[in-house]
Design a binder for this molecule. Structure first.
Ligand SMILES: [Zn+2]
Length: 388
C-alpha cells in the first residue's frame, strides 16, 4: 500500500547506500547488529554517528524520503558486504570460501587484470549446508536506529534472496529453484519485522530477472517472479513495498551485460510491489517510453535522474529537464525521482554524493514551481547559515 509516498507527487529519494565516512573504521565483522551495538562501545558510537551523518546530509539536501546509507555494511572490497551481510548471518550457510565464481551467467571469462575479476574473487561465497533461516539479519534494529535520527520517513533496502542464491553453492536443497524459494521465505519474515516496527518503505533490491536478456539462465524469469513475490508476501498489507532494479554497482561498475529493461518489463509488472525503480540517467533515458507504458497504474515509477557512476554533478536544470520529459509519460503523483543506484560500494566520494543529492532536489524544485507544487526546503541553501 502507498504510505510514505501517498499524496507526495514528485517525491525525491536516493536508492540506498552512501559512501562510508573515512572515520568510520570499525566493522561488524560477522557480529549481529545487536551484539555490536550493545556490546562494543566504539562501534556503537561510530555506527550511530555515521548513520546520523547520512541522515544529516540527506536532510540538508531536502530529500523527502531518506535511508541509513547502508551503514551496516563492512568496509570491504568492491562492496562484498552487499551480499556478505547476508552470507555471514543467515542460518544454514557455511563460512565464506575462496573460490572462482561465474560472472552472473555471463560467458565472459574473468582474468586477473580485469576489475570484475577482483570483484568476484573477493565475494567469498558460502555453501548451503542445511535448512536456511533468517538467523541474525536484524534489519529492524538497523532501521529503528536510522528512523530514530530522522524526522522524514526512512526507507530500508536489502539485497534480494535470489541474488544470494545466484552466488551460493547449494549442497542441501534438491535444486536451485528450491534454494531460491527457501531463501525468499527466510527473509520474508525479516521484512515483516520491519513493517511491524513501522518501517514506511521496504525495498527489495537487485532481483535477477531483469538480467535474463541474452543470458542462458538456469532459472526462468517466471520462477524469479514467483520467488520475489514469496519474498514480499503479505507486506503490501502493512507498508509500502519497492523493488529496485539494478545493473550492478561494485566499484560503481555496470555489470555490462543484458542492460535492457524492455524484454522483461511484463515480469516487472507482475511483482507484488507499489514502486519499481529504474536506472535511467546513465543510459540517457533510453527505455523510458517502454517502461512508462509497461508498468501498471497501480504502481509508481521511480527513475534515476542522477548517476552514481559519474563524478560530474548534474545541474539542477539538467535534472529539471529530465523530470519534464518523464512527466510527458508518467503522472506526477506516480513519478518518483531518485538516483540510478546507491552512492556507496567504493564509487564516488561523500562530497560528490552530497552535491548530487542537493542538485536532485534543486532540479525537482524547479519543476514543482512550474506545476504550482510546493518546493522542498533545502537547508544547505540558507545563505544566512551556510559557510561552505
Ligand atoms: Zn542498484
Amino acid at each position: 500500500m502507498f504510505a510514505a509516498t501517498l499524496n507526495r507527487p514528485l517525491a525525491t529519494t536516493i536508492t540506498g547506500s552512501l559512501p562510508r565516512p573515512e572515520w568510520f573504521t570499525l566493522n561488524l565483522a560477522g557480529r549481529s547488529m545487536s551484539s555490536a551495538l550493545l556490546g562494543d562501545y566504539q562501534f556503537h558510537e561510530q555506527y550511530i554517528d555515521a548513520v546520523a551523518s547520512c541522515i544529516s546530509d540527506q536532510r540538508r539536501a531536502g530529500l523527502d524520503i531518506m535511508t541509513d546509507g547502508d551503514m551496516r555494511f563492512d568496509r570491504d572490497i568492491g562492496g562484498r558486504a552487499w551480499f556478505g551481510y547476508i552470507f555471514d548471518r543467515v542460518e544454514g550457510l557455511s563460512l565464506g570460501a575462496l573460490r572462482s565464481l561465474p560472472f552472473g551467467g555471463s560467458p565472459r571469462e574473468l582474468q586477473p587484470g580485469d576489475i570484475f575479476h577482483e570483484i568476484m574473487v573477493t565475494r567469498l561465497p558460502p555453501t548451503v549446508t542445511g535448512p536456511v533461516s533468517a538467523g541474525s539479519l536484524e534489519y529492524d534494529i538497523a532501521w529503528k536506529t536510522a528512523q530514530g535520527l530522522a524526522e522524514q520517513p526512512v526507507k530500508f533496502g536489502a539485497c534480494s534472496a535470489q541474488v544470494v542464491d545466484m552466488l551460493v553453492i547449494n549442497e542441501h536443497y534438491r535444486d536451485r529453484q528450491e534454494t531460491i524459494m527457501a531463501l525468499s521465505q527466510a527473509v520474508n519474515g525479516e521484512y515483516h519485522k520491519l513493517a511491524d516496527a513501522g518501517c514506511p518503505i521496504v525495498q527489495v533490491e537487485e532481483p535477477c530477472f531483469h538480467f535474463v536478456e541474452e543470458i542462458d539462465w538456469e532459472i526462468p524469469p517466471e520462477v524469479y517472479v514467483e520467488a520475489f513475490n514469496l519474498e514480499v508476501a503479505g507486506l503490501r498489507d502493512k507498508t509500502e513495498v519497492w523493488c529496485h532494479t539494478c545493473w550492478g554497482n561494485p566499484f560503481a561498475q555496470n555489470l555490462g551485460y543484458g542492460a535492457r529493461y524492455k524484454p522483461v518489463l511484463p515480469y516487472l509488472d507482475q511483482l507484488e510491489v507499489d514502486v519499481v525503480t529504474f536506472e535511467m540517467k546513465f543510459n540517457n533515458f533510453a527505455e523510458l517510453t517502454e517502461v512508462a507504458a509497461a508498468i501498471g497504474k497501480d504502481k509508481k515509477i521511480a527513475i534515476g535522474v542522477v548517476s552514481h557512476r559519474t563524478l560530474q554533478v548534474e545541474t539542477p536544470e539538467e535534472i529539471a529537464e529530465s523530470v519534464r520529459q518523464a512527466l510527458k509519460l508518467i503522472e506526477p503523483e506516480r513519478l518518483i525521482l531518485s538516483t540510478d543506484c546507491g552512492f556507496g560500494r567504493q564509487g564516488i566520494s561523500r562530497k560528490h554524493a552530497f552535491y548530487k543529492m542537493v542538485a536532485l532536489v534543486q532540479g525537482v524544485n524547479i519543476v514543482r514551481r512550474e506545476l504550482g507544487l510546493t518546493p522542498a526546503v533545502i537547508p544547505v541553501e540558507a545563505k544566512n547559515l551556510a559557510y561552505l
